[in-house]
Design a protein around this ligand. Sequence first.
Ligand code: ASP
Length: 437
Amino acid sequence: MLKTVKFGGSSLASAEQFQKVKTIIERDAARRYVVVSAPGKRFPGDDKITDLLYRCQALRAQGLSFDAAFQKIAERFIGIRDGLGLNLCIEAELDEIRSRIEAGTTPDFAASRGEYLNAKLLSAYLGFPFLDAGEFIRFRDDGTFDDDATTVRAGILTAHERAVIPGFYGRQRSGAIHTFSRGGSDITGAITARLSESDVYENWTDVSGFLMTDPRIVPDAKVIETVTYSELRELSYMGASVLHEDSIFPVRKARIPIHVLNTNDPEASGTMIVPDSMATDKEHARPITGIAGRRGYTVITLTKDNLHNDLGFSYRLMGILARNGISAERMPSGIDTISLVIDDKRLIGRMDQLYHDIMIECSPDTVEIASCIALIASVGIGMVRNPGVAAKLFSALSEAEVNARLIDQDSNEMNIIVGVEQRDFERAVQAIYRAFA
Ligand code: ASP
């Protein structure tokens, strides 16, 4: 058994957190590759080291002093080192970073140093070798991740029996340090898991897994024990905040499960994200795995007698959308109607032209525009095998006196989408949750 483990910023924000991380790693000899974020917030309102590093670079670029921000960074790292009683001359590293910022380094280089120093500290604390991500994580010179150039370097990683690796960055062909987008240490962890052919990718955070729905709407929402990659994709697309989106692909392709765990509550079972083919009868027996939703949609409904016989109607409609640079989230249709569900942001400054083109080219009998719509996705691979899910969902909505303005089901029968007035959004999510939790 081999595990790649990634610890997020709050898991490594202080010396006390480092101690918890060491205990976790030492409890399981399979935890051999350790990917780290930069120190995050210790309490609400605290600074994230990455933000401070970006701030230093930006202040320097404007010709302003970055002393105060850099001082906070230095204090945090020195505080962790001293709190752990480590004999590591971090001051020399800090001086070097300071002079690189002084000399006008890039935002990417500056930001990457948070992960770099944190990995140095954890490597010394665990007694695992430090392996710089720049040695095997490669980017093209246009800044996109270079999968091929990274994969051929897998041997650099696997030559190490164990290692601590800084997340978030790699190198371009030119040698320059380049970062993923914010939260990108999740991606480094996923790539490391794939290259090392780990059996599991453990992602340690400060929550005990993914909740069945947004806790701001349902405060006692249950943790999801197991979710499949496809379910997770549907839920995160509809607004559930999960791991960095790009961190799913490397492990999904390699069929490696992700286990989301809590550093502050390591005994909690967390959430397992598994390839669809690894879902067991238990997951198939469960009608709904999670509920996610988003506000801010407009629904444009066109009606036309005999629309289903009007060959080319949908084709013309799609052409209008493409020409206006608008993509519709969903397009539920009936015998004489077709609706476009569009994210409000995509309609800004484009509504008049869209309406005009639809009237001229599609000549519908009526056009109805409903704004302030929220979409709610109820997702579960078990839906296919469990009859009556839709009936239960709609009776829950009707009991809560929520009017469903739109209903759509994915062709893979894994996702029922309901459009409701924004003011009914929370009530609708609560009603669906109560019906299925
Ligand atoms: N430290 C980086 C950030 O704050 C990357 C990460 O934590 O994953 O975005």
